[in-house]
Design a binder for this molecule. Sequence first.
Ligand SMILES: [Zn+2]
Ligand SMILES: [Zn+2]
Length: 256
Amino acid sequence: MKISVLAGGSKGNAVYLEAGKTRLVIDAGLSGAEIIKRLAAIGVESSSLHGILISHEHSDHTRGAGILSRKLKVPVIISTRTRKECESLLKKCEIIEFEAGNGFTFRDISIDPFQTTHDAVDPVGFTIEADDCRYGHATDFGIVTRLVTEKLKNCTALLLEANHDEEMLMNGPYPWHLKQRIKSKHGHISNNESISLLDDLLHEGLEAVFLAHLSETNNDPKLPKSAAESLLAKQNLCNPQLFIADQYIPSRLLAI
Ligand SMILES: [Zn+2]
Ligand SMILES: [Zn+2]
């Protein structure tokens, strides 16, 4: 399995995942041209992609989905309800629909979409399995439900949201209603919540951890990084590589 976070942050999210013989972009929150550029930067030819998997309709996850799908002639893989929200964006795109809670096969990989709590019509996280590797992907959720924790267990690689530092959010410039929305169970999880989730998910097979969807305004990459480093230093179950997603620069293509 190979993974690169092409972009991670409130201004746009996209992940490249190569699993088995399948190449996916998970979320397409940058322009189509920018995603193609970032794929090239990690040495991936965009014409080799097989599909675009979408977690929910917010524009920081869908902005480039339609154009990329039409240009590369690959399907958008999306939940039925999310698709309805994105109708205008996905005109003339090939679509593969799924339902949260129903795992399915796409080419040679298994995809299991699971429900998250977020202010979108049908938000999901994913686990994806191929080649004896299991990738867990969860961003944009306001609380860590038991379902999320259960689904993300036993992953070889994990991508978790670490959206904000609670103090920076509360003392920051956002209007009160927006602070409330972010903190609510339909918003985003904080660094502390993310690290505590990671703590629950540590096991000997974990090889890589990506912390993603950091707020530019309400977070400082040093905070989740040092919190994750100190968590990892005080356990001896595993020794995963740690990556903090960047909004502007794709992470290197990691093979696990
Ligand atoms: Zn988002
Ligand atoms: Zn969202």
